[in-house]
Design a protein around this ligand. Structure first.
Ligand SMILES: [Zn+2]
Length: 511
């Protein structure tokens, strides 16, 4: 037996090998309750009915009509009437069911089985049985949660372990996905899952498998929910950010919330008003001498949304209290051109600090970290960075010139040559209203070649721009993307023949 088979074998032991009456009752009397029909047909003028629930045949007391609802006189079920002769081409009722039970081997564990269940009326309607296809098995035990999905491959069935525990469901407008909450209550009784708060999270989960998986891993969930921190459990369940606020493996409330007693008291006072960013910043400011109160943090980061990545960068150079002070100062600047929200300030400030880094400014200097007018300083550093980047790009473009000189070509009136600088590319783009300026980086890196066609009489005036890649002309652009005149086209043809065709030959030989 392979390791995988052994693991499955161990896992599979937890599950009953049959579909018990508890499940059958639930499916028949709840999930597929609507799948009960009385088929009517006339024999020698007398109408007979056949109930698909109790499988009884009877004479109708008063005539029944196709598609009406009626009670079966034999079993009392509410049934839909169908003509014997009606087309049953699509008559299949189905649903997806998740049902919980206790493990057969571990008294602390619970299991769940997911089934696709259906009743198929397309054949002989007197022989319809509810069918069960197992689609997944779930095991939840303290410290461990596992899920296996069931597949049919070439009529052979197989269970495959899933990387993580997740929900399966039928997806359509009419999909009928159901989980027996009664089954959960029975399954968890007397197990560590009994007080897990599984039914207290109103997030969009219908089968609770993710909850029980989370709880198996982190019983902390119960603590947090009971203390009113449902939000964090929900965030963890549905992959929203929690910014590392919660120490999920913490053994007591102090280590779970990374706070001491009096701090926790403060947090509990604000209850659900505290969002993960605010809580995280409160935690991160613990050791600061200028630590703001929780109220101040809540106030400052009320409407900022997710600014954690900005804050992380900024806090390399300062702390939460100073950030709050600085944001207040910037928002109250007298100038017209300033930032209007704390979020805008944080974004601009982070960008400004990144630029300062690029420019190798002294970021130990408070005057640099906290410029008195952030807007103006950021505008300045942006320009300086652009300039610096252009210088580097220019250096690379210059280094390519010698290699690119083989593309220089001229005839009586026109000349073609490689672009010489970022400025030239930007200017070319501006004058011709094309986007060649954005090609500077790629051109500098050698990913592409930008050639300029100029009239010999006006060698400095942009005329046409050509992009060459792999010795092939990719595009020819004139003023506002106009196509080349016949004169230019002829010239380009000549250039191609002399310069590109030759290079192609060379490549051919080299290979
Ligand atoms: Zn009946």
């Amino acid at each position: 037996m392979s390791q995988k088979d052994k693991a499955f074998h161990r896992f599979y032991k937890h599950f009953p090998k049959v579909i018990g009456n508890n499940i059958r009752d639930y499916v028949t009397n709840h999930v597929l309750k609507g799948s009960r029909y009385i088929f009517i047909r006339r024999v020698k003028g007398i109408q007979f009915g056949y109930c698909t629930h109790c499988n009884e045949r009877f004479m109708t007391s008063s005539p029944l009509k196709h598609n009406e609802m009626t009670d079966c006189p034999k079993c009392g079920s509410r049934c839909e009437v169908k003509n014997h002769g009606t087309s049953r081409k699509y008559m299949v009722d189905n649903a997806f069911v998740v049902y919980y039970e206790k493990s057969r081997v571990n008294p602390d564990a619970i299991i769940a089985r997911a089934f696709r269940v259906f009743r198929d009326y397309r054949g002989d309607y007197t022989r319809v049985e509810t069918e069960y296809n197992t689609t997944a098995l779930y095991l939840f035990e303290p410290g461990n949660a596992e899920m296996y999905e069931h597949y049919w491959w070439h009529k052979e069935d197989r269970y495959v372990k899933c990387a993580s525990v997740h929900s399966l469901e039928l997806k359509s407008q009419y999909a009928n996905n159901q989980c027996s909450e009664e089954s959960i209550k029975k399954a968890i009784e007397g197990t560590p899952y009994q007080y897990s708060t599984w039914d207290q999270h109103d997030q969009p989960q219908w089968d609770y498998v993710k909850f029980f998986a989370l709880y198996s891993k982190y019983p902390t969930v119960e603590y947090l929910t009971k203390l009113g921190f449902k939000y964090f459990v929900g965030a963890k369940l549905f992959d929203h950010k929690t910014f590392n606020c919660i120490n999920w493996t913490g053994k007591n409330i102090n280590s779970i919330l990374r706070l001491n007693k009096s701090e926790i008291k403060e947090v509990l006072q604000y209850g659900t008003q505290v969002n993960p960013i605010q809580l995280r910043l409160y935690q991160l400011s613990r050791k600061d001498s200028n630590r703001p109160s929780l109220a101040q943090i809540i106030e400052a980061f009320k409407g900022t949304g997710d600014v954690m990545s900005e804050m992380k960068y900024i806090m390399k150079y300062t702390n939460v209290g100073k950030v709050i002070n600085y944001m207040k100062k910037q928002i109250n600047r007298p100038e017209k051109r300033k930032y209007r929200t704390y979020k805008d300030i944080l974004t601009a400030w982070r960008d400004y600090l990144i630029e300062c880094n690029t420019l190798e400014f002294d970021l130990f200097n408070e005057r640099i970290i906290f410029p008195s007018n952030l807007f103006a300083s950021h505008q300045k550093t942006m320009k300086m960075v652009t300039h610096k980047q252009n210088e580097e790009t220019d250096r690379k473009i210059k280094n390519r010139q010698k290699q690119l000189s083989r593309y220089v070509f001229e005839d009586a009136d026109l000349i073609i040559r490689p672009a010489r600088s970022t400025f030239e590319l930007i200017n070319e783009g501006k004058e011709l209203s094309i986007c060649v300026g954005t090609y500077a980086d790629r051109y500098a890196k050698g990913d592409t070649i930008i050639l300029l066609v100029r009239k010999k009489q006006e060698p400095d005036k942009p005329f046409y721009t050509i992009e060459v890649r792999n010795d092939e002309i990719r595009q020819v652009q004139g003023l506002k993307h106009c196509s080349p005149t016949s004169e230019v086209r002829e010239f380009i043809e000549k250039f191609k023949k002399t310069k590109l065709a030759k290079s192609n030959e060379k490549v051919g030989i080299a290979v």
